[in-house]
Write a protein that binds this ligand. Structure first.
Ligand SMILES: [Zn+2]
Length: 112
């Protein structure tokens, strides 16, 4: 596992913990009005965490087309919007041959 992958794993755990805190303490928001700012801060941290995970993912993962074996990276926007097809797999359109397929992510250097 690469260093970036480990960072993603850690961020994913932090992300989940923050979501659990956010949801489980939501009752305080109704009870005490001052917590609104705390929730706003927590929400911003959650969003930052989410964006960082996807930026890292789009930077380190490459996808291989099952038809033409073309390897390509996807943008941050694609990473967020592309339909997930299981662990580290996404339904993507190959930029080389145009086929829409389930493509598995891997951490490899791009062939140049
Ligand atoms: Zn292709």
């Amino acid at each position: 596992m690469s260093k970036e992958e480990k960072i993603i794993q850690v961020l994913k755990i932090i992300f989940l913990v923050l979501i659990i805190i956010f949801v489980s303490t939501f009752v305080f928001l109704i009870k005490y009005h001052w917590t609104a700012y705390l929730y706003l801060a927590l929400f911003i941290i959650i969003m930052a965490c989410y964006i960082t995970i996807h930026i890292l993912k789009s930077k380190i993962y490459i996808y291989t087309c099952p038809k033409c074996q073309h390897q390509f990276k996807i943008s941050f926007f694609k990473d967020v919007t592309a339909y997930n097809a299981g662990n580290l797999s996404k339904i993507l359109v190959c930029p080389h041959c145009g086929i829409k397929e389930v493509m598995k992510a891997s951490v490899k250097k791009l062939k140049r």
